[in-house]
Design a protein around this ligand. Structure first.
Ligand SMILES: [Zn+2]
Length: 122
Protein backbone atom coordinates (compact mmCIF):
# COMPACT_ATOMS: atom_id res chain seq x y z
CA UNK A 1 0.00 0.00 0.00
CA UNK A 2 1.23 3.45 -0.85
CA UNK A 3 2.31 5.58 2.13
CA UNK A 4 0.06 8.43 0.94
CA UNK A 5 -2.96 6.09 1.05
CA UNK A 6 -2.06 5.04 4.60
CA UNK A 7 -1.70 8.69 5.63
CA UNK A 8 -5.10 9.46 4.10
CA UNK A 9 -6.69 6.53 5.98
CA UNK A 10 -5.04 7.73 9.19
CA UNK A 11 -6.29 11.27 8.62
CA UNK A 12 -9.78 9.94 7.94
CA UNK A 13 -9.67 7.92 11.17
CA UNK A 14 -8.59 11.03 13.12
CA UNK A 15 -11.39 13.09 11.56
CA UNK A 16 -14.01 10.39 12.23
CA UNK A 17 -12.67 9.91 15.76
CA UNK A 18 -12.79 13.63 16.53
CA UNK A 19 -16.28 13.88 14.99
CA UNK A 20 -17.67 10.92 16.96
CA UNK A 21 -16.03 12.21 20.15
CA UNK A 22 -17.58 15.64 19.67
CA UNK A 23 -21.04 14.30 18.80
CA UNK A 24 -21.17 11.54 21.43
CA UNK A 25 -19.36 13.35 24.26
CA UNK A 26 -22.04 12.35 26.76
CA UNK A 27 -21.50 8.66 26.05
CA UNK A 28 -17.73 9.17 26.27
CA UNK A 29 -18.03 10.82 29.68
CA UNK A 30 -20.33 7.99 30.80
CA UNK A 31 -17.73 5.49 29.57
CA UNK A 32 -14.94 7.38 31.34
CA UNK A 33 -16.89 7.37 34.61
CA UNK A 34 -17.48 3.65 34.26
CA UNK A 35 -13.82 3.06 33.49
CA UNK A 36 -12.50 5.02 36.50
CA UNK A 37 -13.17 2.14 38.94
CA UNK A 38 -11.42 -0.65 37.02
CA UNK A 39 -8.67 1.81 36.02
CA UNK A 40 -8.00 2.69 39.68
CA UNK A 41 -7.82 -1.02 40.51
CA UNK A 42 -5.39 -1.63 37.65
CA UNK A 43 -3.17 1.37 38.53
CA UNK A 44 -3.25 0.52 42.23
CA UNK A 45 -2.35 -3.10 41.57
CA UNK A 46 0.41 -2.00 39.21
CA UNK A 47 1.89 0.38 41.81
CA UNK A 48 1.73 -2.34 44.50
CA UNK A 49 3.39 -4.87 42.18
CA UNK A 50 6.06 -2.37 41.09
CA UNK A 51 6.92 -1.10 44.59
CA UNK A 52 6.86 -4.54 46.22
CA UNK A 53 9.24 -5.76 43.54
CA UNK A 54 11.53 -2.80 44.16
CA UNK A 55 11.31 -3.29 47.92
CA UNK A 56 12.23 -6.94 47.48
CA UNK A 57 15.19 -5.94 45.31
CA UNK A 58 16.41 -3.42 47.91
CA UNK A 59 16.14 -6.09 50.64
CA UNK A 60 18.05 -8.58 48.50
CA UNK A 61 20.70 -5.97 47.77
CA UNK A 62 21.24 -5.18 51.45
CA UNK A 63 21.37 -8.90 52.25
CA UNK A 64 23.85 -9.65 49.49
CA UNK A 65 25.93 -6.56 50.24
CA UNK A 66 28.21 -8.49 52.61
CA UNK A 67 28.82 -11.29 50.12
CA UNK A 68 29.44 -8.72 47.40
CA UNK A 69 32.01 -7.00 49.59
CA UNK A 70 33.66 -10.35 50.23
CA UNK A 71 33.73 -10.96 46.49
CA UNK A 72 35.37 -7.61 45.91
CA UNK A 73 37.94 -7.93 48.67
CA UNK A 74 40.21 -10.44 46.86
CA UNK A 75 40.31 -8.06 43.89
CA UNK A 76 41.27 -5.21 46.23
CA UNK A 77 43.94 -7.39 47.80
CA UNK A 78 45.37 -8.09 44.36
CA UNK A 79 45.47 -4.37 43.69
CA UNK A 80 47.19 -3.78 47.04
CA UNK A 81 49.68 -6.55 46.27
CA UNK A 82 50.39 -4.95 42.92
CA UNK A 83 50.94 -1.62 44.65
CA UNK A 84 53.27 -3.31 47.14
CA UNK A 85 55.16 -4.90 44.26
CA UNK A 86 55.51 -1.51 42.63
CA UNK A 87 56.77 -0.05 45.89
CA UNK A 88 59.25 -2.92 46.21
CA UNK A 89 60.54 -2.37 42.69
CA UNK A 90 60.84 1.34 43.43
CA UNK A 91 62.72 0.53 46.61
CA UNK A 92 65.09 -1.79 44.73
CA UNK A 93 65.65 0.98 42.22
CA UNK A 94 66.27 3.37 45.09
CA UNK A 95 68.83 0.96 46.51
CA UNK A 96 70.99 1.61 43.46
CA UNK A 97 72.15 4.98 44.72
CA UNK A 98 74.47 7.12 42.75
CA UNK A 99 76.93 8.56 45.20
CA UNK A 100 78.83 11.67 44.36
CA UNK A 101 82.54 10.76 44.19
CA UNK A 102 83.50 14.21 45.48
CA UNK A 103 81.32 14.52 48.63
CA UNK A 104 79.58 11.13 48.97
CA UNK A 105 76.06 12.54 48.70
CA UNK A 106 73.65 9.99 47.26
CA UNK A 107 71.27 10.54 44.35
CA UNK A 108 68.44 8.45 42.93
CA UNK A 109 69.67 8.81 39.40
CA UNK A 110 73.05 9.10 37.80
CA UNK A 111 71.78 12.17 35.98
CA UNK A 112 70.86 13.84 39.27
CA UNK A 113 74.30 13.09 40.66
CA UNK A 114 75.98 14.52 37.53
CA UNK A 115 73.88 17.68 37.76
CA UNK A 116 74.84 17.99 41.43
CA UNK A 117 78.53 17.55 40.55
CA UNK A 118 78.39 20.15 37.79
CA UNK A 119 76.63 22.62 40.09
CA UNK A 120 78.52 22.08 43.36
CA UNK A 121 81.96 20.87 42.41
CA UNK A 122 82.80 22.57 39.11
ZN1 LIG B 1 79.03 16.16 45.64
Amino acid sequence: MHPVVKILIGALMVVVGVYSTATQLDKLLYLAKGAIGPLLVLIGAFIIWLESDEWKMIREESESERSVQQQFQPANNEEVQEEVKEQVTQETEEEEKHACPDCGKEFDTERGMKIHRSQKHE
